[in-house]
Design a protein. Sequence first.
Length: 300
Amino acid sequence: MKPADPLGGLLPPPPPARVLPDRDRHRRELLAAVRVGPAARFRAGAAGWLAPLGAAVAVAVILAGVFVLPGLFGGAKHTGSSTVTASAHPAAGGHHRGSWQRRTENYLVSTAVRTLVIHDGVGSVSVTGQDRGTVSASAHAAYRGRAPAVIRQVRRGVLELFYRCDIDSPCYVSFDVAVPRAVDVIVDSAVGQIRLTGLAGTVVAYTSTGSIQASALSVRQAQLTTGTGSITAGFMAPPRRIVAAAGVGSVTIRVPASARYQVAASAQVGSVTVAVPRTASSGHIIKASTGTGTITIANS
């Protein structure tokens, strides 16, 4: 019997399917707009000789995330409640919907929040823990046609952020959020980078394609997963449990030397380096894995 996931209870059910972004279609249109061919899919069960090809595809996708997505979502953060600018991206396919537009919306949530949940289709997500009592969020959207609807809702202490695109209006949204340090954070993304800084609550982050960068964490539990991309996590206090898994990509974890750790690390294709004090009976558990890539576990 599969053991129960100790973090699974934090995750509320996702929004109804009708309001989720059409991820596959919009990603194809994004690639067409910037004249980049679709990336090959990585399959965990592929033969060993395909591993270098998978790694090459991973690098290509990561570079696309670095150079393509910032073009849509980059730039200085806007002040004010809503800002709209035009961008000169060409129309994708045979449907003309006008030029790409950018829009930033800012929100302040004063209701007490225990858990933040972000569902993102395409776009980066940044969550920063601060000494504050409210939650502030900025949604940076890029779209053609009608602007996307950014939804925020608080139910029983759980704040959810997600978006939906109008039919035949491709869109992408990046989120920048500042929360009280102790808030639990859950991020579910399809394509894009996830950045987590200064958090002290439980952290769960998943992206299909993109890197996960976590720093200055003092959380008890962290679960970080990417299909294609790297994972880097740095901790200020010894965590009780870390689970970090990448399909294709490196995993780097840095923890304080003030504790001993129970470590399980594996790479199907690649190297594993563990340079922390270890004991099998430790209550501080680190589990790290990758299909293709390197694993490094060291002191911070």
